[in-house]
Design a protein around this ligand. Sequence first.
Ligand code: KIV
Ligand code: ZN
Length: 523
Amino acid sequence: MNAQQSQANPQVSPARIRVFDTTLRDGEQSPGCSMTPPQKLVMARALADLGVDIIETGFPASSQSDREAMALIAREIREPTLAVLSRCLQSDIDISLRALEAAARPRLHVFLSTSPLHREHKLRMSRQQVLDRVVESITFARGHIDDIEFSTEDGTRTEEDFLHEVVAAAIAAGATTINIPDTVGFTTPEEIRGLFQRLISQVPGAGDVVFSAHCHNDLGLAVANTLAAIEGGARQVECTINGIGERAGNCALEEIVMALKVRNAFFEADTGVDTRRLVPTSQLLQRLIGMPVQRNKAVVGSNAFAHESGIHQHGMLRHRGTYEIMRPQDVGWPDTQMVLGRHSGRAAVEQRLRALGYYLEEAELELVFAQFKALCEQQRVVTDTDLQALMQDTRDGEGYRLASMTVSDAGQRASATVELSDPEGQRVRETAEGDGPVDALFAALAAATGVQLSLESYQVHSVGLGTDARGEANLSVRHGDTEYDGTGTSRDIIEASALAWLDVANRLLRQRRGAASEQFATA
Ligand code: KIV
Ligand code: ZN
């Protein structure tokens, strides 16, 4: 950074990086990402809450929809600067200035291609014609507005001497921000760092303006290149939520912001973004445009804070810093997610079981863990509901198990037939009647096990979502001075009720057997 640049940014350490969000312009103009004006307003509110410094709302000369969006946004969003994009054409600038009239903090963003390829094939203009057009456009705009950003489209593929010339001319004409786009995602970190260093130290007037980086992601380098531009002296970064944008997208806002926050000591730079709003804002955009991010997307992907492998889960349980460099809550996730699956270890399974209220002795944990591993061979992820069902099976293993059941409520009284296998593995079958299906079911279970339970409470509810949803039954019984709670889960709520009843009955029977063997041992 040269002396003038540091004067323009008094907060040198850490440097304050302005976040210029172009989700609603560069992001929105890419395939599958279009938004209606009311959707753009919703997104603009979220961006303002996120704390970005500048929101680029669109390209008013290109569409009526962008003009409407700007009008809606300008009416409500007063805090971040609102920018609109415009070609270096007086007709475009006129439309843009009209669109900016309602904004509390307006910025005009004009651009013109500078690279030889674009000059020759797209613009059919010489170097001199490009220079003249830039100066003319900025001079005209400067008569109407103070905050002007100028972008050298395809800047990173422009001859460096010409780039310096254009930037110097733009500054002299009145531009206040100079943006150097890597329009086709071609540059590398080392190249762009040097480019910014040389522009800032050599171009006349560079110290009076803010330099900005705008990197596309064609080689997956957008964030790395933007960070390198900051090292080279850029003090504004252009980015989009979830990295949406032309082709492979733009620099992802959530990634650049978190890189600066997590590696603040290294970059000595930070933004004004409220990072706890990153995930909600990302999810809002995903819903608005119907484009989900990949699971392993940095910061906002659903796997970004999920740990499945046993070694990682074990490390995380000892100290979260072993495998996490940022706290999920700091970017807006509720918490780290321990996904239980084939790679999970005993420690993670035990911790999850404790969270579900099961405190297991070593031997029981051994057994449950073996069953958990067997279950992982059949399904990719083991949910809490699966674990509960597994616990139930394990604990019922020493008692009565439900083999089959039928319940009928057709006649005057309901009737139920249950077939159980008893602790010795023998089948027991009983039928009973009751005032309703559950009453009949519990009567049949009592007849088959010889256990009489007097219910204190009985509830059923649904757990899980969508096709994974299951019924859960909870019941409490009092036996002597002690209260026992039982739980059963199944896709069928009557079966869940039978399992909950057996959960309690088996516990009572186990206790009776324990008491009998204690008496026998002391006799
Ligand atoms: O990628 C680009 O060059 C742009 C400019 C119009 C700023 O989006
Ligand atoms: Zn772009």
